[in-house]
Design a protein around this ligand. Structure first.
Ligand SMILES: Nc1nc2c(c(=O)[nH]1)N[C@H]1C(S)=C(S)[C@@H](COP(=O)(O)O)O[C@H]1N2
Ligand SMILES: [Mo]
Length: 397
């Protein structure tokens, strides 16, 4: 648990320290306006890329992401919408309330939750707007690079088991979830809903640990929702309220925000405005080439190793392919161990020696449902679901 001093840093005292430290450790995310400070004075966090201090937006550096299939908790990205986030939580006093269309409203202690059957699952947590900074033309919203993503082994209990304890009443259509963070006066609570069948699918989880340790405050201590395969806007942190609804959620965060064009791949012509929308949902496949940096300098005529991570979205990773000719021909990469369909999977390949010169290397992931990454990026005004085949420049000399 962060102490009081750590908590104070969260509410703004950190600013001076961050500014003082930043100059030597700037990072360039690779788009105009993408210079950011790296700061290591956030509670329970190592060096993070700071997009915003209040409410915190902290991004994972890509070389850190590439080091392991599981993202270290102290480098895991952070995203909150409202300034008023929980700075300390008393685990003994904490209660998860379950109400709405249920037979027995509940106020569950953490101990009561822990008595339910335990489940464990690897899953990628990715912000809907990950990589938004690369949108062309640019769109408003958090200007993330590619690091608003991480993979963890989540431990917790099934949302279904909690709902069954309360007894879902007939006529239930959705389950609404909210946490301890508070909106400013007049603004709507950050609440998200899942269809009742989704909420009861046995995979949606209330997690109390990631990678074997308690959640950090910034990542949702003491419990958070995990919605495997779905964008993390639904992964409510510091979850303390569950409400079963008998009519669809018409709240701001479902009906107005986090909506995507109802078109294939959420893609519209840049600048388009009047199109039907649906709430964002399942993630799409992505590959990342890391830790090899963009513009890597390699020795000519010598084979070299490339590796990275891939995710399949709502389906497992079927394959990762590499191209050195702008997508005309693709060659299969080796896949590392399968840790479950919702997690990252390692890929690697050896590339034969290249004559001295400049090259570009592309990667793409295809999932077990046959969805793959296109060479060209999509566009939508929310800056959501970006997943073109990534590429890096390589120089050999
Ligand atoms: N209570 C609460 N939960 C929340 C949010 C929030 O603002 N409040 N933001 C959501 C969004 S949009 C994202 S991307 C993820 C980020 O999870 P992380 O900070 O653990 O990486 O939290 C989700 N859960
Ligand atoms: Mo997000």
């Amino acid at each position: 648990m962060p102490d009081r001093r750590d908590a104070l840093r969260l509410i703004g005292l950190g600013a001076a320290g961050i500014a003082g430290r930043a100059a030597a450790q700037d990072i360039d995310l690779g788009f105009a306006g993408g210079r950011r400070a790296l700061a290591d004075n956030w509670p329970q966090k190592g060096a993070m890329i700071v997009l915003r201090e209040r409410a915190p937006l902290l991004e994972t550096p890509m070389d850190v992401l590439g080091e392991d299939v599981f993202t270290p908790n102290d480098r895991f990205f952070v995203r909150w919408h409202y300034d008023d986030i929980p700075l300390s939580v008393d685990p003994a006093a904490f209660r998860l309330r379950v109400g709405g269309a249920v037979r027995r409203p509940l106020a569950l202690s953490l101990d009561a939750l822990r008595r339910l059957p335990r489940v464990e699952l690897a899953a990628v947590n990715q912000c809907s707007g990950n990589s938004r900074g690369f949108f062309t033309p640019r769109v408003p919203g958090a200007q993330w690079g590619d690091g608003a993503i991480g993979n963890a082994m989540w431990t917790g209990v099934r949302l279904r088991d909690v709902l069954d304890m309360a007894g879902v009443a007939p006529g239930a259509v959705a389950v609404r979830l909210a946490g301890l963070d508070r909106p400013p006066p007049g603004a709507p609570w950050f609440e998200k809903s899942l269809a009742i069948d989704h909420a009861r699918d046995g995979e949606v989880m209330i997690a109390f640990a990631m990678n074997g340790a308690a959640l950090s405050l910034l990542n949702g201590f003491p419990i958070r929702l995990v919605v495997p395969g779905w964008y993390s806007t639904y992964w409510i942190k510091s979850l303390d309220r569950i409400e079963v609804l008998t009519a669809p959620d018409t709240g701001y965060w479902m009906a107005k925000a986090y909506r995507i064009p109802a078109t294939p791949g959420a893609n519209v012509v840049p600048g388009a405005k009047d199109f039907p929308t649906v709430p964002i949902g399942a993630m799409v496949p992505r590959a990342f080439i890391t830790p090899l940096p963009d513009g890597a300098k390699l020795v000519a005529d010598q084979p070299f190793a490339v590796r990275g991570l891939a995710m399949g979205g709502a389906h497992g990773v079927a394959r990762v392919d590499l191209s050195m000719d702008a997508g005309r021909t693709w060659h299969a990469a080796r896949l590392g161990p399968d840790q479950g369909r919702y997690g990252f999977r390692r890929w690697s390949a050896t590339i034969a020696g290249l004559r001295a010169g400049g090259y570009r290397l592309w990667a793409r992931c295809t999932n077990t449902a046959g969805e793959t990454q296109a060479m060209d990026a999509i566009w939508n005004p929310g800056g959501y679901m970006r997943n073109p085949a990534p590429s890096i420049a390589i120089r050999t000399a």
